[in-house]
Every structure is written in C-alpha cells, then in structure tokens.
Design a protein around this ligand. Structure first.
Ligand SMILES: C[S@@+](CC[C@H](N)C(=O)[O-])C[C@H]1O[C@@H](n2cnc3c(N)ncnc32)[C@H](O)[C@@H]1O
Length: 277
C-alpha cells in the first residue's frame, strides 16, 4: 500500500505518532512531514500491513515490532570521514584554535553506528589532541550505539573509507587504525579510550554537557523547522562561549534564533563559533 495525501491516512499517521509518544515516550511529531510519510510507507510495505491502523496495533502490542519501527525511523546511514571536505576544512580552520585549549569536551550528537566518532578520534590523534579530549557520542537508537561501541565494521567499506580519509587530509595510512579479521575490521582500542557512548534523545532530553565543540551532521534534516530551532537552542545552551558548532554541509543555523550569537567559520561546511551568551 502506498501512502497518499488522503485525509484518512493523515489521521491514522497522526494517531500512531501520538500513540508512540504516549506509550513509549518517543516523540516524532515534529519530524518533517516528508520523513514521516516516507518511513511509514516503507514500514507498511515491509510488514505488509493493510493500513496504518493495523500497523499501530502491532507497534503498540509487540515490543519487537516497536524496535523495528524505531530503527526504521532512525536512518543510521553513515561513513567514516563522510564528506571528507568537512574534515579538511575543520582541520584547517578549527583545529589550530582547539590546540590552544588545555582540555576538550566534544559532543557528537546523532552518532549512529560510530563511524563519525572514530573519524574524529583519528583526526584528533593525528593533531595531538585526543589524549586531552573526552568525546561524548550520543544517539537515541540503542542498537546503533551498541554497534558503535563494538567498533567492528564490514571490510567491504574500507576501500571507500580509505579514500575518504585521504581526501580529508589524513596524515598517516588509514590501515594504521584498524585490524582486519576475515570479513570485518576492528578499530584500534586506543581510539575508544576517550569516547563515552550514551543514549540521548535530542527531542526529549535536556542539555548534555558544557562542550567546547558540538558536532551534529545529517540529523536535523529529518526535523521540521520548529524542532530544528528547539534542538539548536539546546546546542547553544550546551556550548561554552567560544565553543564551536559543526553541522556539516546540509544544515544551517541561519533561520534560527541562535544565529545572532554565532559567527560563521565555514560557510560551506556550516561550522560556527559561539561569540556571545
Ligand atoms: C543519518 S544518521 C547521521 C550519522 C552521522 N552523524 C553522520 O553524519 O554520518 C542520523 C542519526 O540521527 C539519529 N537521530 C534521529 N533522531 C534523533 C533524536 N531525536 N535524538 C538523537 N538522535 C537522533 C538517528 O538514530 C541516526 O543515528
């Protein structure tokens, strides 16, 4: 069944979102309309439900189906050194300033299965900053976080990750950072030592830490404007003055209330510095 704009399906979708919020505490009501519609449609086809109302029954009565529903809503697509130009830019424009700090608290929000976290750990190590950093890596998807903590990835990804790493301005050989084992690679343990993985929901949970740097890429795109604004306010409140906010190529703070408190470090990669409280 394909979702169309008809009124009945909109009502059913709204009721399901409300039911999930009330029963499980996950609030998707301010995710973008396009994202909700697409994910419901994919879930409906996957489980061959006749209608969203039928889907609601199973989502509410079967925790395993709900877990699948949650995974379906949370797109975990990610890569190591995704958008290598972002890392190159970050190395050149932000790292020299971070080098002047005695200690760094970094929050990577929406870290999915951890590839972005280990990319940052590698970059920080190469720049002599990892030992004095704590990276708090969060996501609301516990399954993704479990995978992130294991740091085991499919060997088929390594070719493209190596290419990303080289384009990102990597200073070593990418193979120095993992051990290959049959079909998988395991990221070096030393890169995990300063990383804390934790569950945090950007919609319902509060300020996370007093960070020097917040990285949140490819997450806000799934939210509507109001929710983006709310989450950006959360980031503003979680950053010290002089701290950096890195959103990546797709997102921006331009429309939001926090815009006036930040100066732009990179227009292309949406890296901002908090200049006033
Ligand atoms: C497409 S991935 C982005 C991963 C990584 N940041 C990157 O750019 O490669 C989006 C991630 O945002 C997470 N996410 C979505 N809604 C969230 C929320 N309300 N709170 C925390 N994480 C959320 C998803 O679980 C998913 O892991």
């Amino acid at each position: 069944m394909d979702l169309n704009d008809n009124n009945r399906e909109k009502i059913e979708a709204d009721l399901l979102i409300e039911a999930v919020k009330r029963y499980y505490g996950y609030d998707f009501s301010n995710y973008s309309k396009a994202h909700i519609k697409r994910r419901m449609s994919v879930f409906l086809s996957k489980h061959r439900y006749e209608s969203i109302s039928e889907m609601q029954h199973y989502v509410l009565h079967n925790p395993n189906i709900f877990e699948d529903f949650l995974n379906n809503f949370s797109i975990n697509v990610t890569e190591m050194f995704r958008d290598p130009g972002f890392y190159k830019d970050f190395r050149e424009s932000v790292i020299p300033i971070l080098k002047t700090y005695p200690y760094l608290k970094i929050w990577i929000a929406g870290c999915a299965t951890g590839e972005e976290v280990y990319s940052f750990a590698i970059m920080l190590q190469e720049e002599g900053l990892l030992a004095r950093s704590t990276i708090y890596a969060t996501d609301f998807n516990s399954k993704a976080l479990q995978k992130a903590g294991k740091a085991i990835y499919n060997i088929d990804t390594i070719k493209s990750y190596t290419s990303n790493y080289q384009k990102s301005g990597g200073k070593s050989s990418f193979s120095d950072y993992y051990m290959a084992n049959y079909n998988s690679v395991i990221i070096n343990k030393s890169l995990k030592e300063n990383v804390v993985f934790a569950e945090h929901n950007l919609v319902t949970d509060g300020v996370f830490t007093e960070a020097n740097l917040i990285v949140c890429r490819n997450v806000l795109i799934y939210f509507d404007r109001d929710l983006q604004d709310k989450v950006l306010a959360l980031f503003n409140n979680s950053l010290i003055q002089g701290g950096y906010l890195a959103l990546g190529t797709k997102e921006t703070i331009q429309f939001s209330e926090i815009n006036s408190k930040f100066s732009t470090i990179s227009k292309e990669n949406k890296i901002y510095k908090k200049t006033s409280i």
